[in-house]
Design a protein around this ligand. Structure first.
Ligand SMILES: NC(=O)c1ccc[n+]([C@@H]2O[C@H](COP(=O)([O-])OP(=O)(O)OC[C@H]3O[C@@H](n4cnc5c(N)ncnc54)[C@H](OP(=O)(O)O)[C@@H]3O)[C@@H](O)[C@H]2O)c1
Length: 300
């Protein structure tokens, strides 16, 4: 009898023909990517297995080399490797060049670095709000690696202005300089994360890309009461019941989304690059929500 494709763990983890995929990160234990990819592989009955690898920054070049020697077909990268991988690739996709970061690597004759985060960000947004972000102004909180992908994706749309607010203002300024060649209309405006001085009342989309909220913290400085009533709040952090920011925004009557959709969409784009198969996105999202609910009930 065929096993339940969403049963975890899979009863068999591979044979001599199984192809290897993985994710490199430091830390890595929290990553949902192995669950997402192995569920999709299992559901589509594809002979691959996806493993998490704890790779420290000083070992990244050896890890890439070793993975290739072992016949690995492709891997994802998470914090802190996305930018360092750029220099280790033989070739880069347009999105990786534009973003200056690699989150997906295809290992064929050559190592090809891709970036699917920006695609994931926009695809998840358009699932919820197909009309977004047309025109309008966007306020992004944070200017780290994730903000880089979000800005890169938004520059491909018709947004009117991108206010980029960061605690360390120099980092927001550096990001604006990095994108300057693609930002001929000077849409990116770097600024300090000074809550009283941010243009809350002008924006139709608020995006949190800071790491705040990941551990349930509520200290992100925001003035949600100043957002227009039809503004959309998109927190790319994700949590079992949304995030502190999405919960607060809902309390203000605003429409919200957390980062789970982005996570699954960026994974689906990587999955397609490696396997040429479409990930069953809706089924994976349902499964992750059910899992999160079960974890929450266990914790209550
Ligand atoms: N949903 C998805 O698919 C997806 C994909 C990628 C990332 N993410 C999430 O996005 C978040 C950020 O990732 P990243 O790669 O951009 O991390 P990162 O490069 O380390 O950047 C962290 C950002 O958070 C800001 N920050 C940290 N602590 C802060 C505080 N106490 N007050 C104000 N700002 C603070 C940093 O500001 P400074 O520059 O001032 O330090 C920086 O802008 C993580 O939670 C990650 O899980 C989600």
């Amino acid at each position: 009898m065929r096993h339940d494709p969403f049963q975890w763990p899979k009863p068999c983890l591979g044979s001599g023909t199984t192809k290897l995929l993985g994710v490199f990160g430091d830390p890595i234990a929290h990553s949902l990517s192995p669950i997402i990819h192995n569920l999709a592989l299992s559901r589509l009955d594809l002979d691959y297995h996806y493993l998490p690898f704890h790779v420290t920054p000083e070992h990244l070049p050896q890890a890439v080399h070793g993975f290739r020697i072992l016949g690995g077909r492709g891997f994802n990268a998470t914090v802190p490797h996305k930018e360092a991988l750029v220099a280790l690739m033989d070739d880069l996709s347009d999105a990786a060049i534009r973003t200056g970061a690699v989150n997906t690597v295809s290992c064929q004759d050559r190592l090809i670095g891709h970036n699917t985060d920006g695609h994931g960000f926009l695809a998840a947004l358009r699932d919820m709000r197909p009309d977004f972000p047309q025109g309008g102004k966007v306020l992004i909180l944070g200017a780290g690696g994730a903000a880089r992908s979000v800005v890169s994706a938004l520059l491909e749309t018709s947004v009117e202005a991108i206010f980029l607010a960061n605690r360390t203002v120099e980092r927001a300024q550096a990001l604006a300089r990095f994108f300057a060649p693609h930002d001929t209309q000077r849409r990116i405006q770097p600024m300090a994360l000074a809550v009283d001085q941010l243009p809350w009342d002008e924006v139709t989309l608020l995006v949190n890309t800071t790491s705040l909220g990941l551990k349930g913290e509520t200290t992100l400085p925001v003035a949600l009461h100043r957002l227009p009533a039809d503004a959309f709040v998109y927190d790319i952090v994700y949590g079992p019941q949304g995030t502190p920011l999405t919960r607060l925004a809902q309390h203000h009557g605003l429409q919200t989304m957390d980062g789970m959709g982005m996570l699954v969409h960026q994974a689906a784009a990587a999955f397609y690059l490696w396997t040429q198969h479409e990930m069953p996105i809706a089924a994976i999202q349902d499964h992750l929500r059910q899992r999160a609910n079960a974890d929450r009930q266990k914790a209550d």
